[in-house]
Design a protein around this ligand. Sequence first.
Ligand SMILES: *Cc1c(COP(=O)(O)O)cnc(C)c1O
Length: 431
Amino acid sequence: MNNIADLYREMDIDSDVLGLSDRIIEGLKERFKAIDETAEYNQLKVLKAMRECRVSEACLSASSGYGYNDLGRDTLEKVYANVFHTQDALVRPQITCGTHALAVALAANTRPGDEILSPVGKPYDTLEEVIGIRPSCGSLAEYGISYRQVDLKDDGSFDLDGIKAAINEKTHLVTIQRSKGYQTRPTLSVSAIGELISFIKGIKPDVICMVDNCYGEFVERLEPSDAGADMVVGSLIKNPGGGLAPAGGYIAGTKECVERCAYRLTSPGLGKEVGASLNVLPSFYQGFFLAPTVTAGALKGAIFAAGILDALGYKVFPGPDDSRHDIIQAVTLGSPECVISFCRGIQAAAPVDSFVVPEPWAMPGYDSDVIMAAGAFVSGSSIELSADGPIKEPYTVYFQGGLTFEHARYGIMRAVQQLKNDGIYTDAVLW
Ligand SMILES: *Cc1c(COP(=O)(O)O)cnc(C)c1O
């Protein structure tokens, strides 16, 4: 047996769902071609950096203890700086997650009396406690660093008058979140970020502009650091880890900014000199090498999902034809049953824990029950196919990832099949 439809049937996908999915993919050929071209560009960019930085077999060895003279770690940081076109970078397993990387970047580059400005509305949930928007032990607010925010206008554009009015003598650092995260504003393109940064630097040239780059790496040919950002920050269990990095985060930016981050991450006086890489370097290098094509697969998965779920009558954000600047797809399913079915379908498609049936549950930091589907090789990795949905109005599921497009495609088909099996799809005429 070598027929793909037979194998899909054995894997619980019926001919209705396969037929619809084939039709949707047929209509996406041109968009997929453009994504492949971006992946090709970014693959070359990473390869060029690895060649120019003379990555060698010795770079893949482990270091222990203090980690002095860790050639592999230091060279990898040069590779990141080369790819992001920055003066320096910090890429470490000791950075525990994206939030930690952002917290280090913010704390390292502000001093008591300084003010942080977010000109793009509320930052990612976890940053509310880092900054002290929600009172929290150890927040920047406790160290006398204040915060100001200017929301986007209703149409998603920058409130330039509001931003101008908010910049004052204390404004020291501007934080710009590229991805919408789990909000419904548009994700910012690199060119929009570039325009925002020029506007802000036109008012206050010495302000530090930091971009939360989570979920955005390699989606476009340029990164925010190519558009004037002083620092770009992200997590290695999202795009740049390529699915292989088991943990970690990065900060790439100007020499001064990265140096301050290093002194904050390790210790004043020690900075970048310490920090054993243990055994992670092969996966950091290989994951970064694969990241452009892995990101492309996830992006195709998101567009395919938008297409098929839109065809089924659900509200999707971004829409199937919208331009993409991150890998997150939101789908408003409209009822708790749909959210649960969808997440169970995604879980059933996982390579790990496919037999587990997810249930909605109370989670720390959320104000409603949440259902999560994740069957990942790396725990919590969201470059792998994963979905989560808060059980509250308007019953929206957010999902992202897929280490290959083929897996993302199967996962989404399996989720659609689950909705169909459970009798809760909206537009039966399609089958
Ligand atoms: C994921 C994410 C973060 C935080 O990363 P964690 O690794 O979950 O701590 C911050 N900002 C954005 C936009 C993200 O997507």
